[in-house]
Design a protein around this ligand. Sequence first.
Ligand code: SF4
Ligand code: FES
Length: 246
Amino acid sequence: MNLTLHIWRQKNSDTPGKMEIYQATNVDEHMSFLEMLDVVNEELIGKGEEPVAFDHDCREGICGMCSLVIDGRPHGPEAGTTTCQLHMRKFKDGDIIHIEPFRAKAFPVVKDLVVDRSSFDRIIQKGGYVSVNTGGTPDANAIPIAKEKADLAMDAAACIGCGACVAACPNAAAMLFVGAKTSQLAQLPQGQPERLARASNMVAQMDNEKFGNCTNAYECSAACPKEIPIRVIADLNRDYIRSSLT
Ligand code: SF4
Ligand code: FES
């Protein structure tokens, strides 16, 4: 199939960007979206032009690095799918596709389609972990955990930290991400000692990073490639309120 691509080009965060038009020809429906961009880039390099910068790593939906807004939707048109797992069979010959970076004040553009998501790292550094002296490896079943709790923790732990929730939110809020990270640990006995301080400190850092506030648009969960449920935001809000009462 042949496609027309409108791609955001931006030299760096200090330079204004704009959409540029490229033709992608002989695109195979079995290609992933990123493989299609690889072919476009090889052609640009062959012509002596600057290739389009975009983020990726695992290309199998687990690292959270890919981060494109495709036709206005973070990670594109397929629900529950990262950009790297999106395939060209979702498009048809002659389509015009618009490709932009994740847009949020807390995710400044580095170049073209690459944004700086280190604000997420700084939120995690404020408590997205359990502080324990690990010693030797404990037996897997040494601390019994109810199946229901384990399932809730695993659902929240599916978050890959991609930031699509922020890009989809009209307020650029990071509540789904922070809720996933806090709710995951709040379900487990090991997460209890630091539970309320974790919620308080991570929310404070989220505010410092200039993410917006949640107004229940629910766009975050709809865009999330791991389908993190909205209830993690309620879990976070409960712990945050409890932390302010202690
Ligand atoms: S909650 Fe979903 S959209 Fe947000 S960072 Fe985690 S995986 Fe990505
Ligand atoms: S490149 Fe790793 S999740 Fe897409």
